[in-house]
Design a binder for this molecule. Structure first.
Ligand code: NAD
Length: 455
């Protein structure tokens, strides 16, 4: 089938590559010329395991085209996926400017029937706005070309995106009940048929319910994390090991083990903005989502938990101190720094006069960009960020180590060496990678999240 993907970011590029892998002829459009040039030169603009191979294979087979040519992209695909960003607006709502610009481009150039798929995470009612944007362009040029807007939110996880896309838990598709909607449904059914060979994974629903499902999923996951973080903070006060509690409750199949890990807060391009956007949608309808307000507040607080522990240990004034930070990306296996907890910690430490020696296995270039933005105009602060070539390099002469991202590479360090490199054997572990008892035996002062068992 002929497919166009608008936007070659984390979602667009993975969607395009995976659909090409299934034999489709995929045209990837982006307005960012540098991204397109890089892709045409055989590069990959993001870090995503396995993605480079899939793209290279399908480009070589002639099933993937990268271009900034809007007219050609609209002419190409019978199905036009909109996979552009929906960042938070100042008031927390999803900023739809990129989605609507993409919709107008489609309306401006389309001649025959098109299925327009909202792949981006967009609030309830966006499909109507996309329809109106397309229709507005068609009306201007007195065209009566038919189209249908479908909601097909994406559930892939960064760091496992290719695997998630190729083996989805579910595919959610919302179509409307018009004849054009039915035509769209048939095309979507054909496109996704390879995923449903063993068993049906597609949930067909109306458009608004599909739009809502994505927010409900992310809000639920964010809620589980904030719930555990809040309990972990209490656990620290009452002498309870939150890890034991996690296992104790996770064994109940109604609860399950996933997404119950206490830590230093969730980040990324989805949970923070999607929780906010859902709250904002509720307010537009005169509703108040009390639970989600708390989820967001707990998370904002949790991003300071390592900073607070460090201040409790070393005092308010950290000038002259140096802290090693392992992990900068918002989670492992990605280079995404959006809303990463590391940024909050680094800010806090620098504001208090400390210097930081940072290392991440893949996010160093992104971190340089993100931190340059965070501290734009504050050359003194920037001069106190030392970007290191290895985890051990970061440890040299540091007063303590803070772990922010649970990369596998950090899970089994040489503790003996660690002790010799650090000024003192002090670890603040924002992801509970180690066992407190074992750390104590190894001679470390260990501060986990919710693991301060009274002895
Ligand atoms: P991204 O910022 O990585 O990529 C968006 C791309 O769209 C950019 O390359 C940008 O240049 C391009 N773009 C913007 N306007 C355009 C236009 N008019 N025409 C062509 N290209 C245009 O974003 P992302 O992380 O891939 O997220 C995209 C959407 O998917 C968001 O709504 C997000 O919430 C959702 N989503 C993201 C994830 C994730 O893990 N990143 C998972 C599920 C859903």
């Amino acid at each position: 089938m002929k497919i166009t993907i608008v936007g070659t970011g984390y979602v667009g590029l993975v969607t395009g590559a995976c659909l090409a892998e299934l034999g489709n002829d995929v045209f990837c459009l982006d307005l960012d010329q540098r991204k397109i040039d890089l892709l045409n030169d055989g590069g990959i603009p993001i870090h995503e395991p396995g993605l480079g191979d899939v793209v290279a294979r399908n480009r070589a087979a002639g099933r993937m085209t990268f271009s900034t040519d809007v007219a050609a992209s609209v002419a190409h695909g019978d199905i036009q996926f909109i996979a552009v960003g929906t960042p938070p607006d100042e008031d927390g709502s999803a900023d739809l400017q990129y989605v609507l610009a993409a919709a107008r481009n489609i309306g401006r150039h389309m001649t025959g029937f098109k299925v327009i798929v909202d792949k981006s995470t967009v609030p309830v009612g966006t499909a109507d706005k996309v329809s109106a944007a397309v229709q507005g362009e068609l009306s201007q040029r007195a065209s009566e070309a038919l189209f249908s807007v479908v909601s097909n939110p994406e559930f892939l996880k960064e760091g496992a995106a290719v695997e998630d896309f190729m083996r989805p838990d579910r595919i959610v598709i919302g179509c409307d009940a018009t004849p054009a909607g039915e035509q769209a449904r048939q095309l979507m059914k054909k496109l996704y048929a390879p995923f449903n060979r063993h068993h049906e994974r597609t949930f067909w629903m109306d458009v608004r319910s599909a739009e809502f499902t994505k927010y409900a999923a992310n809000a639920m996951l964010a809620t589980r994390i904030s719930f555990m973080n809040e309990l972990a903070n209490l656990a620290d006060h009452v002498g309870v090991d939150i890890e034991a509690v996690r296992q104790g409750i996770g064994s109940d199949p109604r609860i399950g083990y996933s997404f119950l890990y206490a830590g230093c807060g969730y980040g990324g391009s989805c949970f923070p903005k999607d929780v906010q956007a859902l709250e904002r949608t509720a307010r537009e309808y005169g509703q108040d989502l009390l639970i989600l307000r708390a989820v967001e507040a707990v998370n904002n607080h949790q991003k300071h938990v390592l900073g607070t522990k460090i201040v409790r240990r070393f005092g308010e004034d950290l000038s002259g101190r140096r802290f090693a930070i392992w992990g900068l990306a918002f989670k492992p296996n990605t280079d995404d720094m959006r809303e990463a907890s590391s940024r909050v910690l680094i800010n806090e430490l620098l504001q208090r006069g400390a210097s930081v020696a940072v290392f991440d296995p893949v996010a160093m270039p992104e971190a340089r960009r993100a931190l340059a933005l965070d501290f734009a105009g504050d050359a003194a602060a920037v001069s106190r960020i030392h970007f290191c070539d290895s985890p051990n390099d970061a440890l040299k002469d540091a007063d303590a180590l803070a772990i922010v991202t649970e990369w596998k590479a950090f899970r089994s360090p040489d503790f003996g060496l660690l002790k010799t490199l650090l000024k003192a054997p002090v670890i603040f572990d924002g992801r509970n990678l180690f066992e407190p008892e074992a750390m104590a035996t190894a001679g470390f002062e260990y501060h986990g999240i919710g693991r301060s068992i009274l002895t």
